[in-house]
Design a protein. Sequence first.
Lengths: 447, 294, 297
Amino acid sequence: MKKNMKGILKLVMAGTLALSLAACGNNGGGTTGTNNGTDKANEGSTGGKKENITITFQNIYPDPTDPKNIIMKKIVKAYEDENPNVKIELDSLNTDQQKVKLKTQAASREVPDITVVNPAAQMKPFVDAKLFAPLNDMLDQNGLKDTFQEGILDFYSFDNNIYALPDGNNIGLVYYNKELFEQAGVKVPTTFEEMVDVVKALKAKGIQPMAIGEKDSWTGSFLFMNVLLRTNGPGFLQEVLDGKKTFEDPAFKEAADAFQNLIQAGAFQEGATSFDYNAGENLFKTGKAAMYYMGSWATGGIETSTINGKAGVFKFPTVNGKGDPNEFMLAPGSAFAISADSKHLPETKDFLNYFMINFPKETFSAKGAVGLAQKVEGDFKAAGYSDMAMEVLDMFKDVKGGDIAFDNTMNPATAQAHLTSIQNLFVKKNDAANVAKEHQTAYESNK
Amino acid sequence: MNQAAQAGAIKPSAKIKSRSKFSIGKTLVFILFGVLLVTQLYPLLWLLIYSTKTNEEILSGSFFSLPKSPQWANFQTAVESGNYFKYLGNSVFVTLVTMVCVLLLASLVSFAISRFRWKYGQVILLLFLIGMMIPMQATLLPLMLIFKNLDLLNKHASIILPYIAFQTPVAVFILSSFMKSIPNEIEESAIVDGAGVFRIFWNIILPVSVPPMMTVMILTFINIWNEYILAATFISSERLKTLPFGVNSFVSQYSVNYGAIGAFLVLGALPVVIIYFLLADKITKGMVAGAVKG
Amino acid sequence: MNVLRVSKWTIALFVLPCLLLYVCFVFVPILVSLYSGLLDWNGIGESKFIGLDNFKQMLFHDAVFWPAVKRTLMFAVVSMCIQIPLALFLAILLNRFVKKPNFLVSSYFLPAILSVVVIGQLWKTIYNPASMGGMLNQVLESIGLQSWTHSWLTDPSVAMYSLYFVAVWQFLGYHTLIQFTGIQNIPSDIYEAAKIDGAEGLKADWHITLPMNIPIIKISIVLAFIGSLQSFDLIMVMTGGGPAHATDVISTLMYNMSFLSMKYGYGSSIAAFLVVVCLVATFFINLIFNRLERKYT
């Protein structure tokens, strides 16, 4: 039935177009001449001169003033110089829009040659629909696989095939402002209970204890999951998925209670749920808030802010004496995947291989190598990385496992319900049993 | 029943401004005008100041503050990194084509619905009304499929066509209800004079319909100029992108360049504001003139 | 009765270009959406036909859905009952008291053409808590109205009203412009005639301007209704529908379901609901105004 409809649709469309073009006299088509000649490449030619091809590279580095954009353009340029027959067309979008675009494209199997996806559960629907090409051969080709950190590629693998290559690998940390801590006469907390006390002490001195950008509700979830990681140990969500536990488990409720203690102690700024990520982070970066829980990717931004030199960092402490601070919230980054339907599959693989091989080097020299998914050779200290960056890099060495974010483990619908439930805690107190129930209901109805 | 009729039949003389007896009332009215002027114009001033601030100054969120030292570099960033001129050109092109097509196509249909003697006029109108309140996001997936099959993806046509299609329902609604109000005598006398359908449409109905067409034009403009969701989904090539891409290009995953956004918005709004104020007199005059011709 | 008798070909020439375009790029996609509403589909992979299950879930079991509908309709009611009367009043005053009103009308119109990004950012700095530099709360505090201060965008009991206010403010000038155009086209002879009958000033406005302007008011009402059903951008920028769905409207909910929760089928059934709301509303608006027009003109 669908095919029939397509046929009819095409016919009707053609008619409309002819008519409406005639009616308008001047329509959009005029400006787009250059795209076609290049795409018929693969069929006829084998030897001799290489065909000109265009590879579309959808990415989330849109800001030309951002180092990542600069690095990307540099590598792309170098590749184009070496391969004059290949043109890389960059479709740079901001994160939210890229997600919508990719989902829309995926629905009609129009995925661009290279795109960006999030790890694990978030990319699973795409892999299930066989939209991505396995990259194993390309990874083995010139040792690209060995440049990646141990285990990181697991988050992008399904049935022993690797489908995407990450640009980052981060851990959840608490940044703090040393100066403000001194003013309030408090020390770096070693337990969660101390942390709540520190919050109260700061508050008493009129200092905003913590900053958060809870309009982007994943920020609160990331913190909450770290509390849960302490009360339960790693793998809670997996155990729920395996049917060994439910959200009504005591460990989950304990986490919900502890998390609410922090909120009720007045840790976060007023109106936190209307602050987006940047507005929240900015409170910390301008010295208006004393603590900030975030992934280690925030390091670079803090270094270039006004509180550079005053900022320190500590591991998320134990909760009720439980947990191991060396278990972290792990945040494997967004990753590049290649469309299974790409018209130029070998060339696209070749380009992405080149891109990933050069990515760590370029990122290192642009001082953005904290939280990279690949191993970096080079002396960070000598390259001028800050003390805080060195501290963070040292913490990476202590990582003894941990958990990944909620939406990377659970399906999107359950994740949305979770995000809502946690965001709600910033507005009003809720019984831990209720929070647990909200989660369990959402999980069961979206299984 | 209707204004167009009267406007057509009677020559409007200068409007009678009431010689107000209550000067207190008058003062109050002008205070109201003044207050509104401030609240409605302030955003533009605020945006200008905003665009010269640093990120920290902007995010600190104070309402009246001035920047410590104006960051004119924001404008340089906006123009150079934000591809201002290329995007502006594309936006102007897309918006103009859309406006012209909407006006022409919608007035043709409205003319047919409101003036022709045929059975299906009301059915056609109803069909259009259904689409009036559909948000564009709801049609992203089906449109993607359609454009894929028509090989229209990543061309200006892939946004212009839905823009036109989405604006026509409201345009048809406004224009047809206006055209309905034009008295039949006008055509009858034209027919006696031997004028054909096209001449009636072009020389009689269209000139009278200038005011509602202005409304449609402004409406179309507002909806198209800042449209991003459709554009971001169907356009991938740098050389085809429109102004909203420029604004959003300064939003990265973990950082936003607010100053550059502000500067880009100023640059995006400025041509519009200038043209609008230059044409404001003509727009209103055109409306009156249109009424006289009928 | 219309007088123009024309051939089928002429009708086709006038109607078809626009109609085909509309059918292909709006109507067909809506139909496809309606069909998707019957599917259990994440928008990417395999889909399963589940009949009316999505609709049942939406209408009877979704705790978020009806509040969102209510807020959407409230949005429409607020703009119809506050914004448009205000705009009409302004337009009358402008027409009556100002010799060269173009500058004022144009200035009032300005916020409508500014990007929502700007509007959102501006109002956030107004609505923020006082401790974060929020202008409104600081003003309230400085005049001793501490108890009136709120966390305007994050307190679920007031957040929605804060959003209504911004929308009313942003499009006030837009409706003023439309009404003003209408009033300007009322011929002055009528006022002169009325003056002889002793109707002047506000009385003349009540008996002449208002009824004469009914068709234009109808346009404003419909536009306001459409605008409020589509109030998507403003809400996304200012609250994102939060905290915890407290400011979700139909369009944000639909977006959330289709693209974030990846329940595309469910999102489509919400879109279908929107089509129905729109049909019913258009029907009633037409009904009311047809009566009014018959009565007064």
